[in-house]
Design a protein around this ligand. Structure first.
Ligand SMILES: C[S@@+](CC[C@H](N)C(=O)[O-])C[C@H]1O[C@@H](n2cnc3c(N)ncnc32)[C@H](O)[C@@H]1O
Length: 265
């Protein structure tokens, strides 16, 4: 990753740590619980959550596994994760600093490696996937969650343009077909897949990026989104709701395992 992109990520997530922690951790317990059930954690699991942000996912997994670690490149996010850990008195978790593309662990360290809502920030997601696979035991699992972009070229472009205007650290939301191709190329197979519609408030989504109605970037993003409503040209299924707008993110959840050797198609 370039120094410039790393600094953009760190700046964005240092600025937004409080808002992000509020909406990503405290206000969505039922969605977190759904994701924990989806991954079917085992009491013997050693877990690493990559790009853990404020630690919501590893802290939700910790009571169900042997040990859960989180890694992130934004120091303030790690500080917030440790504060949530202390608040909940969770002993079997730890948070360390590092990058998804260069994970500081030997091969085969973990038997469950997860990454939630972060691949769209990573310029070369195939490198992060390769690293996640390297540190996973041969019989281990990977779990990837992220927003999925529309397949149509025009919608895909506008969708990512809106995302990037809202948050300069956004690189690219990928299409479902891109994910599936990337998994195939990495030698992993999807053992369980879920696609969910996640409706959310536009204003809350903007607050999570540190933007309020008086900010120029809020206004520009809102204008672009409103212009896309007729014909759903950006794939957000946006619907005005009073002063606010309801938008929908399509979220993909992929439980992955190494392809069995000698497996014939
Ligand atoms: C949208 S937040 C998601 C946080 C968390 N996974 C969640 O779902 O609540 C993205 C996080 O990814 C981190 N991040 C982005 N690129 C990264 C990279 N290459 N390596 C490690 N962390 C990264 C950011 O610092 C930020 O905390």
């Amino acid at each position: 990753m370039s120094k410039k992109h790393k600094e953009t990520i760190q700046k964005q997530f240092t600025k937004t740590v409080e808002a992000f922690a509020k909406y990503a951790v405290r206000d969505t317990p039922e969605i977190l619980a759904e994701k924990v059930e989806f991954v079917k954690p085992q009491a013997t699991d050693l877990v690493l959550d990559v790009a853990c942000g404020p630690g919501a996912f590893p802290l939700a997994l910790a009571p169900r596994v042997r040990f859960a670690m989180g890694i992130d490149l934004t120091f303030e996010m790690l500080r917030q994760s440790r504060a949530f850990q202390a608040e909940r008195q969770i002993a079997n978790a730890a948070f360390v600093s590092g990058e998804a593309e260069q994970l500081p662990f030997p091969d085969g360290t973990f038997n469950l490696v997860t990454c939630q809502c972060s691949f769209h920030h990573i310029p070369k997601p195939e490198l992060a996937l390769k690293e996640m696979l390297r540190i996973t035991r041969p019989d281990g699992r990977l779990f990837l969650i992220d927003t999925v972009a529309p397949e149509s070229d025009a919608k895909f472009e506008l969708h990512n343009k809106i995302e990037k205007l809202r948050d300069p650290s956004h690189t690219l939301s990928l299409r479902l077909t891109t994910y599936l191709r990337m998994f195939e190329e990495a030698g992993v197979e999807v053992t369980r897949q879920g696609l969910r519609r996640r409706p959310r408030s536009f204003n809350q989504w903007m607050l999570r990026a540190g933007l309020e109605p008086h900010h120029k970037r809020y206004q520009e993003t809102r204008r672009l989104l409103e212009d896309s409503i007729a014909g759903d040209r950006a794939g957000f299924s946006a619907r005005p709701q009073g002063e606010d707008i309801e938008i929908v993110h399509n979220e993909g959840m992929f439980l992955l395992a190494r392809q069995a050797e000698g497996w014939e198609k």
